[in-house]
Design a protein around this ligand. Structure first.
Ligand code: IPM
Ligand code: MG
Length: 362
């Protein structure tokens, strides 16, 4: 039987995952699949219960699961803890522990939200990008790292930006393969004019590209990419980039679509893949039933596509989301005049009703 580990985590995490799990339950009813959900603790919630952000028990649940659906981790309550046991360490531990080196972050504008972005309509119309972010290398994991004492009594903070040919090669393969099913265009983003590790990145991506002559490849420096993203987002199809640059550029790409609350992600590369919204735990609105569950619901759609081989049902969820937005339903983060303001639960409910409606037409 297929098993999904559900790690709600902190802040709005549990409420948005609840809606996504309900969507999945409905889909499995429709396609008559037997799927087991197992809950586990992660992040600050796990620290409160066990003293650790990623308890062994959670790691065991995750390792015997076929996919993980995660809400969000972190919050001010745990901000003063030592670096090594902060909630965010759980995410890094899961990524590394499961070998999830490929992070896909699609930033696609839903047409009904064209006015929800802070950017002009004529700029963002037609935006459809996937950021392919390397997820287990770079300064996030490079050694040495730490804060070290200096002879004069001051301190030195160190992180190391490092990439091996093999790490670059495997993420580049992922990007080129995904590009084949899309507009066949990869933009590799680096800082090869200054950083040796990304000079190697550029050279290696070009080498891998020789096996993908049907794909168009261009290279861009990260500062220029940050600018081009808000100048002319339509020029991008796949953005292939490093862990740190991908972290930054994917938040920027999110704003092209109106709200970071809309964006899903998939982390692939190991036996068990992980799916989570791009947004954080938003502790200021936790428990108020106002958070946008769409990013997590679309992450559940990615789970159906990438872990279960059910792309048609992923498309079904996406169509339902699009229809619900067309009908004017909006959570607070994407609300505009004349629209119907709904909470987290009601947004989940109307999306499920729409899924049932579309499924019954087929
Ligand atoms: C993300 C987040 C994480 C990251 C943090 C919470 C560790 O910003 O998934 O983009 O930096 O990767
Ligand atoms: Mg980030």
């Amino acid at each position: 039987m297929f098993r999904i580990a559900v790690l709600g985590g902190d802040g709005i995490g549990p409420e948005v995952t609840r809606e996504a799990v309900e969507v999945l339950r409905l889909i499995f009813r429709i396609c008559k699949k037997d799927v087991e959900f197992i809950e586990g603790a992660v992040g600050g919630d796990a620290i409160d219960r066990t003293g650790k952000p990623l308890p062994d028990e959670t790691m065991e649940i995750v390792k015997k699961s076929d996919a993980v659906l995660l809400g969000a981790v972190g919050g001010p309550k745990w901000d003063n803890l030592d670096f090594s046991i902060r909630p965010e360490r759980a995410l890094l531990g899961l990524r590394k522990g499961l070998g999830l080196f490929a992070n896909l972050r699609p930033a696609k504008l839903f047409t009904p939200l064209v006015n929800a972005s802070t950017l002009r309509k004529d700029v963002i119309e037609g935006t459809d990008i996937i950021v392919v972010r390397e997820l287990t290398g770079d300064v996030y994991f490079g050694e040495p790292r730490g804060v070290f004492p200096m002879p004069d009594g001051s301190k030195k903070g160190v992180n190391t930006m490092v990439y091996t040919t093999e790490e670059i090669r495997r993420i580049a393969e992922v990007a080129f393969k995904i590009a084949r099913g899309r507009r066949k265009k990869v933009t590799s983003v680096d800082k090869a004019n200054v950083l040796e590790s990304t000079e190697l990145w550029r050279r290696t991506v070009s080498e891998v590209h020789r096996d993908y002559p049907d794909i168009e490849l261009d290279h861009m420096y990260v500062d220029n990419c940050a600018m081009q993203l808000i100048r002319n987002p339509r020029r991008f199809d796949i953005i292939l980039t490093t862990n740190l640059f991908g972290d930054i550029l994917s938040d920027e790409a999110a704003m092209l679509t109106g709200s970071i609350g809309m964006l899903p992600s998939a982390s692939l590369g190991g036996r068990t893949s992980l799916y989570e919204p791009v947004h954080g735990s938003a502790p200021d609105i936790a428990g108020m039933d106002i958070a946008n569950p769409i990013g997590t619901i679309l992450s559940a759609a990615m789970l159906l596509e990438y872990s279960m081989g059910l792309p048609a049902y992923a498309r079904l969820i996406e169509s339902a989301v699009e229809r619900v937005l067309e009908k004017g339903y909006r959570t607070k983060d994407i609300w505009e005049d004349g629209c119907i303001l709904v909470g987290t639960r009601q947004m989940g409910r109307v999306i499920r009703e729409e899924i049932e409606r579309i499924a019954s037409l087929d």
